[in-house]
Design a protein around this ligand. Structure first.
Ligand code: C2E
Ligand code: CA
Ligand code: CA
Ligand code: CA
Length: 275
């Protein structure tokens, strides 16, 4: 970069100009992705440890771009949040998740990830109610997953929105529990129904006594507070056995099932005949 002298490029690290251009291109593509029907949802099962039944599914967004191919939500969700595009994208996710879940057996719920930006949007409640109305899904079968970062700022406003969501009859889960700040304060102060223990703790529990202690303590706290605990990222039988033995309520992870595009033809017969 020095060879270009003291001109306008000196402020940029090598590759930065390209990165900015790439970001703009991705943002441009993201803007048209909804109209072009490039998103779809996959569903990952959640299994109760009281009877080993599949009690619901988490909806996860997928973006199939015509030339980029599959773009991970880990890279486009943050961009969608910065640009505000997460609000219309999130509305689509809510609609699609409810529409699909309405075809499942009545004991199964759908869990939808809602970002901090959506939680602050005055449109969120309307998006939830219209997704429920359009699909006919009963509110108690819809759960909202929030990460701790969604809850940090503006605590009173967030608590108010959460109460309104709960009054509609939805359940609220704290996602990635243990990875954010002041987890315990949130547990005490916010109206939560579920805690999802972050997969980093689950993955390390059998090799690291501190992770094990966290998993045990969160499970115990959840049980004392009447909050359902769900362990994320369960990948092997030893982890499952551990979670069972300490009284965790439910599990999710590759061992139980990968996120899948659940086509309508693969739905259980009961769901179709009940529809
Ligand atoms: P998350 O909400 O924590 O979702 C769980 C992630 O862990 C998913 O990644 C899932 O595929 C992955 N996973 C599940 N089981 C296992 C396992 O056993 N092992 C491992 N290694 N991974 C497992 P995915 O689908 O790539 O999503 C990443 C993140 O993107 C999500 O993390 C969530 O924060 C965000 N996201 C996904 N879909 C949506 C959406 O519709 N709306 C919003 N706002 N965020 C979304
Ligand atoms: Ca989640
Ligand atoms: Ca999670
Ligand atoms: Ca996560």
């Amino acid at each position: 970069a020095k060879r270009h002298g003291r001109g306008r490029v000196t402020r940029y690290a090598p590759g930065m100009v390209e990165a900015v251009a790439e970001r703009h291109a991705l943002e441009h593509d993201l803007r048209i992705a909804l109209d072009k029907h490039q998103f779809h949802l996959v569903f990952q099962p959640i299994m109760s440890l009281s009877n080993d039944a599949i009690v619901g599914y988490e909806a996860l967004i997928r973006w199939q771009h015509p030339t980029r191919g599959f773009v991970s939500p880990v890279s486009f969700i943050p961009l969608a949040e910065e640009t505000g595009l997460i609000v219309p994208i999130g509305a689509w996710v809510l609609n699609e998740a409810c529409r699909r879940a309405a075809l499942w057996p009545a004991h199964q719920h759908v869990a939808v990830n809602v970002s901090a930006v959506q939680l602050r949007s005055p449109k969120l409640l309307a998006h939830i109610t219209s997704a429920l109305a359009a699909s006919g899904l009963p509110p108690h079968r819809l759960e909202i997953e929030l990460t701790e970062t969604a809850l940090v700022e503006d605590g009173r406003q967030v608590a108010h929105t959460l109460s309104a969501i709960r009054q509609l009859g939805l359940k609220i889960a704290m996602d990635d529990f243990g990875t954010g700040y002041s987890s315990l304060a949130h547990l005490r102060d916010l109206p939560l129904d579920r805690i999802k223990i972050d997969r980093s703790f689950v993955a390390a529990a059998l090799n690291d006594k501190h992770s094990m202690a966290v998993v045990k303590a969160v499970t115990q706290m959840g049980s004392d507070m009447g909050i359902v605990t769900i362990a994320e990222g369960v990948e092997d039988a030893d982890q499952l056995a551990l979670l069972r033995s300490i009284g965790c309520d439910a599990v999710q992870g590759y061992l139980i099932g990968r996120p899948e595009r659940q086509m309508n033809s693969r739905l259980p017969v009961v769901a179709i005949s009940n529809a």
